[in-house]
Write a protein that binds this ligand. Structure first.
Ligand code: F6P
Length: 324
């Protein structure tokens, strides 16, 4: 009897990189090989898939990466995958390389591409990884914990100088069109204000609070501002004009995307990777691996792509009362 054909599994990281991606890649490769699969890496996201940038990965290919941010497979914001011609080229590339599964590790954009590929008949498995934590169905995405810690560390430093000068700082954080990052960063850094895209805010209300704080001899103020909530410089200027208080702006930017992954991000990446291999071994496909109440589960990929994740609004109220 001919030996059972080894399943050939390809991994891809097509979206914004996030600390912990390499831990996930490492777990997928080593656990996949352990269970008799051949593992392949697609380099440079969906662009690389379309161009056939695919290489076999062995155990040693993923040595010494668990503690590095970024993705060893590199990424590329590829719009072509959203076109029927580009999508077909991607599917043809998978078939030409005789790949049985595509494991997509990324955020909502990556999941959307994965669903398109699945609908063309190629089995996929999706693992949520993004600093934005905005993937429907999972409590947490790989990289979110590290990005929060990175931003909190930066804001703690800003708080020192704010206190020295009795200053107001408006700190812009990432998160695309959601406030998950801003809320957690704001709470953990003891911010006096958190401004997120999902919650209406009034500059006049903020100014009134700042004036009241000043009268109460409060020495420093941190306003955490999610990039999706508007123009941070514009809001800072309005506050300065209406209160007469100087407002300094710090845009944290891309430091939130890199750096050594936290232990939590490494563990999340590793257990998501092992779980994905387990589902493939069971012959399941087109699922999204999720974390629900600290347990690893899976839902239909389509459900994750179609779903909308909402912030916990009570977090906002905490910021105001806990910081004064
Ligand atoms: O999705 C992760 C993220 O860092 C967002 O928070 C941010 O808005 C976006 O990526 C930036 O995209 P790019 O890496 O293409 O500049």
């Amino acid at each position: 009897m001919s030996p059972r054909k080894k399943k050939r599994i390809a991994l891809i990281t097509p979206g914004g990189d996030a600390p912990g991606l390499n831990a996930c890649i490492r777990a997928l490769v080593r656990n996949g090989i352990y269970h008799g699969f051949s593992m392949f890496g697609v380099y440079r996201g969906y662009e690389g898939l379309i161009n056939g940038e695919i290489k076999e990965l062995k155990r040693r290919s993923v040595s010494g990466i668990i503690h590095h941010g970024g993705t060893m497979l590199k990424s590329n914001r590829c719009k072509k995958i959203m076109t029927s011609a580009g999508l077909q080229k991607a599917v043809d590339s998978l078939k030409r390389n005789k790949l049985d599964y595509l494991v997509v590790i990324g955020g909502d954009g990556s999941f959307t591409g994965a669903l398109k590929i699945a609908k063309k008949g190629v089995p996929v498995m999706a693992i949520p990884a993004s600093i934005d934590n905005d993937v429907y169905g999972t409590d947490e995405t790989i990289g979110f914990d590290t990005a929060v810690n990175t931003a909190v560390e930066a804001i703690d430093k800003i708080r020192d100088t704010a206190t020295s000068f009795d200053r107001i700082f408006l700190v812009e954080v990432m998160g695309r069109k959601h406030g998950f990052l801003a809320l957690s960063i704001g709470l953990a850094s003891g911010a006096e204000f958190i401004i997120s895209p999902e919650m209406k805010y009034s500059v006049n209300r903020i100014c009134a609070d700042l004036i009241r704080d000043k009268a109460g001899n409060k020495t420093s103020e941190i306003i955490v501002f999610a990039e999706g909530a508007g123009n941070s410089m514009d809001v800072a200027h309005k506050i300065e004009k209406r209160t007469g208080f100087p407002v300094r702006v710090s845009v944290l930017g891309y430091i939130q995307r890199g750096g050594a992954p936290s232990a939590r991000s490494r563990i999340l990446g590793s257990i998501f990777g092992v779980d994905a291999i387990g589902l493939i071994r069971r012959g399941l496909k087109n699922k999204a691996i999720v974390l629900r109440n600290n347990s690893v589960r899976h839902i239909l990929l389509e459900k994750s792509v179609r779903g909308q994740k909402y912030i916990d609004r009570k977090f906002h109220a905490f910021a105001k009362t806990l910081s004064r």
